[in-house]
Structure formats: C-alpha cells, structure tokens
Design a protein around this ligand. Structure first.
Ligand SMILES: *Cc1c(COP(=O)(O)O)cnc(C)c1O
Length: 214
C-alpha cells in the first residue's frame, strides 16, 4: 500500500505524512525499512515514547490538538507542528523552541469543516497578529504553511469546497503577509478518505493513517 500511495503522490510531488497513531513500533519499522521517514502522531505522550524508541532520523510531525502545557515535551525534537490553532500556542512553541536552541516549523490550522469539534484560527485575527510587533519578536518559530481538516462526510462536493476554502486562505496569506517568504508553501490537507480530492485541490502534504497501515 505504501508504494501505491507513494506513486500516486509522486506525480504531484505531494509529501506523505504516515499517520502512525495507535500503531505499534513494529509496524512503523516495517514502513521505515521501506524508506518512509515522516511519521505523524496526535498525542504528546505517544509521540515522545516513539521518538525515544525509534531511529533518530525519523521526522516526527505533531498533527493533533496540542495543549500549551505539553509543548515542552516535544520541543526538543519535533520536526513540524501542523496544529497551531491559537496565537498563545504559537507563542508557547516559540518560547520552548528558544529554550532548546532551535527553530520549530509550524503550520497554522484553520477550521474549514462544519463540525464544531474541529479546531482552528480565524483568518482576520491571525492576519492582524502577523502584522504586529508581537509576531516579529517570535524568533524560534517558522510558519511554513497551513493545515485543515474537511468534514467527515460522503459528500465529495462539500469536501472539495472545504479544501478550496483552505487553498484560498493560503493564497490570501501568501499575497498579503508572506509574499517574500519563499518557504511559506505548504498546505497540509487530505487523509485516507479524501486525499485524492485534496491533491486535486492543491495539497502539498497529505496525512494518511488507516489506508496506509491496513
Ligand atoms: C488520524 C488523523 C489523520 C489520518 O486519518 P486516516 O483517516 O486514518 O488517514 C490525519 N490527520 C489528523 C489530524 C488525524 O488525527
């Protein structure tokens, strides 16, 4: 399954984040032996444990809801945080990154689904912040793109529209804020059930779990 998905993604040069949450280390190592190096987790404790147990050249991505008081546990090693859904969280990541003498790459998460439970920022709030002096003081975080999750539904048209909304938020931030920032280029969207639509709508990074490990 890994090879099939990788071939599909190669055409559009989309990055594969193998979502390994709840999977045992042996399953991750199988995929590691086949060359996969980027893995995504959604719980801090599990992420830290797997980081400690598994090869150090794995790039670990945090993709799930992140509480501010837990940032310190992943700050020493996390490669990319997809789920930055508040300014206060971004500030905490910056402060913990600084303590570790590193710069942590981040994606801003936006709410595109209709379900209430999905987290995310408001475009106008974050735009105002990104133009403020407070943002300029953040030296240890690097915003390289945005992330979103579509509604869990069979309605493909709705999913496509939600991905389009995310793409348009990306374009707006690129034009208005990050026009000269070359590494602001990632759109993390698409999971097992909707990654093909996501790629058609401009995803640069898909987060696939169940389909990959089944
Ligand atoms: C679990 C999870 C995924 C992967 O979901 P699958 O349907 O198993 O591919 C992607 N993104 C987030 C944020 C997740 O929590």
């Amino acid at each position: 399954m890994l090879d099939r998905i990788k071939n599909e993604l190669a055409i559009s040069q989309t990055t594969l984040v193998a979502v390994s949450k709840t999977r045992p280390n042996a399953d991750i190592m199988d995929m590691y032996q086949k060359g996969q190096r980027i893995f995504g987790e959604n719980r801090v404790q599990e992420l830290v444990q797997k980081y400690e147990d598994l090869p150090k050249d794995i790039a670990w991505h945090m993709i799930g809801h992140l509480q501010r008081n837990k940032v310190k546990f992943i700050a020493p090693f996390v490669d990319l945080i997809h789920s930055v859904e508040s300014i206060r969280l971004l500030e905490e990541i910056d402060s913990q990154a600084k303590k570790n003498n590193r710069v942590i790459n981040c994606l801003l998460q936006f709410k595109i689904a209709e379900e209430e439970a999905k987290f995310g920022m408001q475009v106008n709030d974050i735009k105002e912040f990104l133009q403020s002096d407070d943002y300029n003081t953040l030296q240890n975080t690097n915003i390289i793109g945005i992330m979103g999750m579509a509604t869990f539904t069979q309605d493909k048209k709705q999913v496509r529209n939600e991905f389009r909304t995310l793409q348009s938020i990306f374009n707006e931030l690129k034009e208005d804020i990050f026009h000269s920032k070359e590494d602001f280029k990632e759109i993390s969207m698409g999971m097992s059930g909707d990654y093909k639509i996501a790629i058609e709508e401009g995803s640069t990074m898909v987060r696939i779990g169940s389909l990959l490990f089944s």
